[in-house]
Ligand binder design. Structure first.
Ligand code: IDP
Ligand code: MG
Length: 141
């Protein structure tokens, strides 16, 4: 158990639907604190770097188009075991499989419109925090 940091992003569809507050509310209510935040239209190069692990996948073009389609709201949250708990709170990648009570399970039905991104491991969190917010990307105090 450890205090960690993770990267969470409300995707363009979630921003357009006015869900930034709802997502942030859930993390704050759970006990996590905002350590960094920004609102931006994602440059294509940043989008490709962020999703580099998926570059060979058939849906990569669609994924980059989706994430650059409008502004996103990006956050670093901090707290106990936040990397794992954030993934649990976000729910399964395909919202059809996401449990009720999760962000995707409550707010989405389509894979391409699954509202939110969250780092999938401590290693990814460190990489993503560094990519989006600079610095050394420390995730554990
Ligand atoms: P995650 O967001 O739950 O970590 P990943 O497997 O990392 O899921 O995929 C990144 C994003 O790519 C997903 O959130 C979803 O928007 C999209 N995606 C993943 N798999 C597919 C697919 O099979 N078809 C279309 N889009 C997909
Ligand atoms: Mg992922």
């Amino acid at each position: 158990m450890a205090v960690e940091r993770t990267f969470v992003m409300i995707k363009p569809g979630g921003v357009e639907r006015g869900l930034v507050g709802e997502v942030v509310r859930r993390f704050e209510a759970r006990g996590y604190t905002i350590k960094a935040a920004k609102f931006l239209k994602v440059p294509t190069a940043l989008a490709k770097e962020h999703y580099a692990e998926h570059k060979a996948r058939p849906f990569f073009g669609e994924l980059i188009e989706g994430i650059t389609a409008g502004p996103v709201a990006a956050f670093v949250f901090e707290g106990e075991s936040v990397v794992k708990v954030a993934r649990t709170m976000i729910g399964a990648t395909n919202p059809v499989d996401a449990a009720p009570g999760t962000i995707r399970g409550d707010l989405a039905t389509e894979m391409g419109e699954n509202v939110v991104h969250g780092s999938d491991s401590i290693k990814s969190a460190k990489r993503e925090i560094k990519l989006w917010f600079g610095g050394k990307g420390e995730v554990v105090k």
